[in-house]
Design a protein around this ligand. Structure first.
Ligand code: HEC
Ligand code: HEC
Ligand code: HEC
Ligand code: HEC
Ligand code: HEC
Length: 474
């Protein structure tokens, strides 16, 4: 790639800045000396594309790139500004387009279309200029002004575009790196409701332990490594590089780069998330079916983050021959699970309640949250009050005879139609978005019980003999 010519005066200023950076960096080791891109040029991910094509491509399809485009985000923010008479201010946009806020280009996120696209979303320049984490929630991240890009590489090969330095906050092998991700992935609303708690959940989990056997940072799970050059530039060698696509459960709802690939990554992530177990206690008139779910992959609750919007539920069908004896959680693709009116429904999510105790759909209306998540393995040992069991049970009663087959699967939606339809009804969201809301089936949770496939053992929930699948390996 060709760099723009740098005039002499600027060159002197750049060298000075690089020297200052070399002595002043709080978290880094000595940055490599550099002239390179101006502070403004560094803000544009397109400036990174030629030398870091893989990082750019992966990020461009990520929800970090989408954070300022997301039509649901825009609709909610617009409605929130209206309903609070502007009191919401930059609360939402401080995380969804942090650079634009920092540069003073938006105070409420309603003028995003007037801003350069590269200032929307969580961008390369935002993450890679973080020099300190000054809190635990609501994006308390402090950016450096030295134009040194921080990362996990201790001996970066000098390049013509930017200075580079090692930072423990960016090193997924360092426990501190979770605070960089976590403090943005943890929201306390202006009314004081701890609405999104991914960081707090991780901190309470075994993964925040000092013990290297248990420890897993956000990056360790969400940025898998592979061996490749970190840049397409002179002098580099193969080293450990880290994936930037960061699939979770959200996908782009409007045309967006990498959309198909990102959806596949999300599906793959969800496929290994949960395991299930079914135990059946039969009686002449029917049966009790116990279903167990276990979060085996996430380092926080499931669902996490926007738990008030997420819906994770269990679909269960019990048969005698071809006859359905009992079913729960059977939902069509365009149908709301929240308003299903199914008394047995096992739905994992947060409900937001206002001061009067009525359920509400929007952040700014919430006075408190309650709900059910699948926990991550806890940091506290068994016996400690903070200990939680990851093996979470639910009992279903089947009448009309004992079943000869029971099927179970967990399904998940990033957001349900109760919320989407509310935003459409208020005129804030394009109705076309409704058809793009995905419903995922989690492959690891799909299980069938038959008496033949089951083994007899004491069920954990009722502590009685039952027929359970899967058979335990001995
Ligand atoms: C002229 C090519 C070039 C351009 C343009 C470029 N980089 Fe780099 N970058 C490199 C090279 C070379 C390295 C060092 C790679 C190595 O040592 O393996 C590097 C390293 C990095 C590192 C790792 C730093 C560390 O010590 O861990 C980050 C982060 C980074 N670049 C981000 C960016 C971002 C963001 C942009 C766009 C604003 C960008 N780069 C533009 C060539 C470039
Ligand atoms: C500036 C705040 C900020 C920082 C720092 C940040 N994120 Fe995010 N992240 C977001 C926002 C905002 C979204 C959601 C965008 C959307 O869906 O509209 C998001 C989305 C995600 C998702 C996808 C979630 C889903 O349900 O699809 C994952 C996974 C993720 N981030 C992981 C990380 C990790 C790992 C780090 C640290 C390396 C990190 N984030 C750092 C703000 C941040
Ligand atoms: C959400 C925060 C976040 C965003 C956005 C982000 N990165 Fe990174 N990036 C990281 C972290 C954290 C690491 C270090 C991982 C480690 O070493 O453990 C990293 C590492 C790197 C590295 C060093 C090589 C490697 O893979 O470890 C390069 C180069 C890089 N990023 C470039 C980019 C570019 C270019 C963009 C935008 C197109 C970008 N990053 C966007 C968080 C981010
Ligand atoms: C042990 C591995 C592991 C660790 C550690 C981990 N995650 Fe996750 N995370 C996952 C898996 C697997 C999923 C997919 C499940 C899902 O989407 O709910 C996930 C999902 C997510 C989601 C989407 C959740 C949702 O339901 O909307 C976000 C956001 C996220 N992680 C952020 C983080 C952050 C931030 C940290 C660190 C504080 C972190 N993760 C630590 C494995 C991990
Ligand atoms: C502290 C940073 C932060 C603040 C403040 C914040 N968000 Fe987010 N937002 C996130 C993160 C992180 C995610 C990804 C969470 C996940 O995937 O679990 C996200 C995801 C979302 C999503 C997509 C996920 C979904 O389906 O719900 C929407 C929409 C959204 N936020 C709207 C808003 C609105 C509206 C506000 C203000 C009322 C707001 N956010 C304030 C960080 C923030």
């Amino acid at each position: 790639m060709r760099l723009p010519p740098v005039d002499r005066r600027r060159r002197a200023a750049l060298i000075l800045a690089a020297l200052l950076a070399a002595c002043g960096s709080e978290t880094g080791t000595e940055p490599s000396e550099n002239e390179g891109l101006s502070a403004e040029a560094l803000l544009d991910p397109a400036a990174c594309k030629d030398c870091h094509p893989d990082h750019y491509r992966q990020w461009s399809g990520s929800m970090h790139a989408y954070a300022g485009e997301d039509p649901v985000f825009r609709a909610m923010n617009r409605r929130g500004q209206r309903e609070t008479g502007g009191a919401l201010g930059d609360f939402c946009i401080q995380c969804h387009a942090p650079l634009a806020v920092r540069m003073g280009l938006t105070s409420d996120g309603q003028n995003l279309d007037e801003l350069p696209a590269h200032l929307r979303g969580v961008t390369c320049a935002w993450c890679h200029q973080i020099e300190a984490v000054e809190g635990t929630h609501n994006n308390p991240l402090r950016l450096a002004t030295d134009r040194v890009l921080r990362g996990g590489i201790r001996d970066p090969v000098p390049n013509s575009a930017h200075a580079a330095a090692y930072s423990p906050l960016h090193d997924r092998d360092d426990l501190r790196s979770s605070s960089l991700c976590g403090s943005c992935h943890d929201i306390v609303t202006p009314a004081g409701v701890h609405l999104e708690r991914t960081y707090a959940e991780w901190q309470a989990s075994q993964y925040s332990s000092d013990d290297p056997q248990l420890r897993n940072t956000c990056g360790a799970c969400h940025m898998p490594g592979r061996n490749a050059p970190a840049a397409d530039a002179p002098g580099v060698r193969v080293r450990r590089v880290h994936d930037h696509s960061m699939p979770g459960v959200d996908i782009a709802l409007t045309p967006f780069p990498e959309a198909e690939a990102q959806r596949e990554r999300v599906q793959a992530e969800l496929d290994t998330l949960l395991t299930t177990e079914i135990c059946v206690l039969t009686a002449p008139t029917g049966a009790q079916v116990e279903v167990y779910l276990e979060n085996v992959a996430a380092g926080h609750g499931v669902p996490s983050g926007a738990t008030q919007d997420r819906r994770l539920w269990v679909e269960l069908v019990a048969y005698a021959g071809d006859q359905v004896l009992h079913q729960s959680g059977v939902v069509g693709d365009g149908e709301s699970v929240t308003t299903l009116g199914d008394p047995d429904l096992w739905l994992l999510r947060d409900r937001m309640l206002n001061a009067a105790g009525d359920e509400v759909h929007m952040f700014w209306e919430a006075a408190r949250v309650e709900g059910e998540q699948l926990p991550a393995p806890s940091l506290a040992p068994p016996g400690d009050p903070a200990y939680v069991n990851v093996h979470v049970p639910r009992r279903y009663v089947v009448e009309g005879g004992p079943p000869d087959r029971v099927t179970v699967r967990a399904r998940m939606r990033p957001m349900d139609f109760d919320v989407i339809d509310d935003l459409i009804a208020s005129g804030d969201l394009d109705p076309a978005v409704r058809d793009r809301i995905p419903t995922f089936t989690l492959a690891g949770s799909v299980l069938e019980w038959t008496p033949e496939a089951a083994e007899r053992r004491v069920s954990p929930l009722s502590r009685r003999e039952a027929l359970c699948v899967p058979r335990l390996a001995r």
